[in-house]
Design a protein around this ligand. Sequence first.
Ligand SMILES: Cc1cc2nc3c(=O)[nH]c(=O)nc-3n(C[C@H](O)[C@H](O)[C@H](O)COP(=O)(O)OP(=O)(O)OC[C@H]3O[C@@H](n4cnc5c(N)ncnc54)[C@H](O)[C@@H]3O)c2cc1C
Length: 404
Amino acid sequence: MTKARREELERRMRIIPTEAEAADLRSRVLDFCHEAIPRTVRGLERQGTMSDGDSPAFFKALGIAGWIGRHWPREYGGREGTHLETAIIDEALGYARAPLSAYLLSVKVFGNSLMLFGTPGQKRKYLPLIAAGDAMFCQGFSEPMAGSDFGSLRTTALRAGDEYIVNGHKIWTSSAEVATHMYLAARTDPKAVKHRGISLFVLDMKTPGVTVNSFRTLGGGVLNEVFLSDVRIPAENLLGEENRGFHQAMRSLDLERSCMDRVGAARLSLDRLVEYVSSDGSDGAGKRLSDVKMVQEKIGELRTKLQVARTFGYMIARNLDAGKGLSAEFSFGKLYVGLLTQALADATVDIVGTVAQFEHGSDLAIFDGLFPAVFRASPALTLAGGSSEIQRGVIAARGLGLPK
Ligand SMILES: Cc1cc2nc3c(=O)[nH]c(=O)nc-3n(C[C@H](O)[C@H](O)[C@H](O)COP(=O)(O)OP(=O)(O)OC[C@H]3O[C@@H](n4cnc5c(N)ncnc54)[C@H](O)[C@@H]3O)c2cc1C
């Protein structure tokens, strides 16, 4: 074995915490959530599986407690931790039903992308603000005619001296109603062919010309459309290379797909389902649900799938820690956990029956209305962050080399 190879393996071994270390980190995050969520999160924000909710007060508390961006270097507000540590934190936050939308967009999507292609000055400016819980990012990629087909986006950012002037319309923009900044994709060269001529920017949401329209979702959360009318962005807010934004955005979308928060949320649902069938649940004929063979088999199958999803999540984190390039593996995790959550939500409603329909606030609700909240939020999981069809295409083309 070469020296370089041995050093690389040693480095990888060092970044894998022991089971005891992982359990300790998990329980510290859960303890934090137990105290901070009731203090900082109210009403509807609690209903979703997590990422359809936001609470600036909870985000700030996360920052003060030092749970944001621990894998970033100290000079950028991090703690020289690992992606694996952050994956464990994300899983615990998902399990706690923390409101995470802006957290995930700020850390996984914007912050991690900035680490890849931001300038040192941009990293010094934005990452410490995020880590402290003071800057919340939304992601302005999708448009009415450009979702899966990101290259079709029409928002323009035209250079005028030391500024860009932005005009366009973004849609499905999670967290825009609370965000301080947007990670924006816009067309800087309208004459270039589709995938060229796109660039990425940081937009301060308080800039004149930014209008946010919020609407409620089936999942009980909020989504937004954002209108941009003659919005002026300083040229220094360009991220990475001008007109190379398509390739950078594809890397950001990969980073968005590391989905341990969703694994944690699915684990909570499964734990509560097991708790229900083991205690209150009866099959209507006096038999406890936990004694019904079909229920046992279904739960056994879901538990196995959950373990697979978790393994994908940790594999992605380890690859990031080992400095490996991005790959189809991100799509494995995203595809799998979305389908798993839907299967789990469907099975829960089948097994628990009518009582699974009572929402948060009803006297008849069980587990604070967790089951109907997950059921209503689950259809979006195979769309947000790139649809399942797109993930399958990425795995076939990028992972297996099949023609696009
Ligand atoms: C809850 C939620 C939150 C979101 N948050 C954000 C956000 O914060 N920021 C942001 O920018 N966007 C966000 N989105 C948008 C999301 O990224 C898009 O919805 C997604 O990329 C799909 O795009 P679309 O809705 O335009 O559907 P389309 O791209 O029109 O797709 C419609 C259907 O056609 C299928 N399809 C499209 N192209 C292909 C193809 N080539 N091969 C096979 N099938 C295909 C899709 O799988 C889908 O089923 C969010 C969406 C949801 C649901």
